[in-house]
Design a protein around this ligand. Sequence first.
Ligand SMILES: C[S@@+](CC[C@H](N)C(=O)[O-])C[C@H]1O[C@@H](n2cnc3c(N)ncnc32)[C@H](O)[C@@H]1O
Length: 319
Amino acid sequence: MQSLKGAAYLAARGFLDHLLGELPEYYRVDEELVGCWSADRDFRDPVAGRNIYWTRNVWREPFLLEFDSISQAAKALRSLQRNWAPYPTRLHRRTALIAEALPPLPAKPKAFPFDLPTAPMGGFTLLDEHLLLGSAACSSPFPNGEFSFVEDREGPPSRAYRKLWEALLFAGKLPGPGDRCVDAGACPGGWTWALARLGADVLAIDRAPIEASVAAMPGVRFMKHDAFTLKPEEVGAVDWFCSDVICYPEALYDWIGVWRESGLAKNFICTIKMQGAGFDKATTDRFAAIPGSKVLHLWHNKRELPWLNLRDDAGPKGG
Ligand SMILES: C[S@@+](CC[C@H](N)C(=O)[O-])C[C@H]1O[C@@H](n2cnc3c(N)ncnc32)[C@H](O)[C@@H]1O
């Protein structure tokens, strides 16, 4: 087994072009897996320390493994840890046979909420019949960054609630009874439904009305308004400021600035929506530079990046 310097980046599904734009010096591309690694000891990862957004998983400690047989490959991986997700890029049958010789991975949809898995989840692919690229350490606790929720097909009026659920899992804390939330850009009401289901009070703001069944949930109040022109002082203090408003990233950034300056919002979960096929990296970097921020593409996101900014309950954050 040969350790490599650098990393391999698995693109957010369908966004390989965005990822390649973020990785100007890559070594090889296998399907949506971009290798930015080398066996050269002097190799310096050209993107180490930079924010790379359009990934669903990062293979942080890549290695090459030469092997003769399927059982030998599986045994070598198993000796490192239990969990290995195959990412087939070629030799699909052979990749599947190695995966079948390894312990099974959790595949069932997960009921929200749940704790993010703590057991390491590795990844591997075959570069040729006798050469495997793998990493025991990966950024996502899910196989190839993918998982699904047990869905509620009756209550929420849209499936957008799944991306709020996933963002909350990565936030590591949840709104609950006694918390006051703003849901801006709330129509038809998926996020409001999810917040109200957690027992929080929700002020749902949109220019279009939310679904009547969601508006009638305990703790929900709907306000028909342009979210941008509603002053924080008119809303008051909120524990969670959530926005799924469709707007340019700069407009979101400026508007969030008003809320941050007001000091009236504790925790933010906002979707930075990209326009068309573009990626506004400059504004995304500005979001990421706000102290305490995370910007990361999640499995349930499409052409958008959630921005999370959470206040430590021990006290307010600077910046
Ligand atoms: C992607 S949808 C939100 C979906 C919602 N999160 C859900 O879970 O069902 C975006 C919403 O933003 C709203 N929107 C766009 N500009 C707005 C503005 N300036 N003020 C309020 N709402 C706005 C649109 O009316 C639309 O309903």
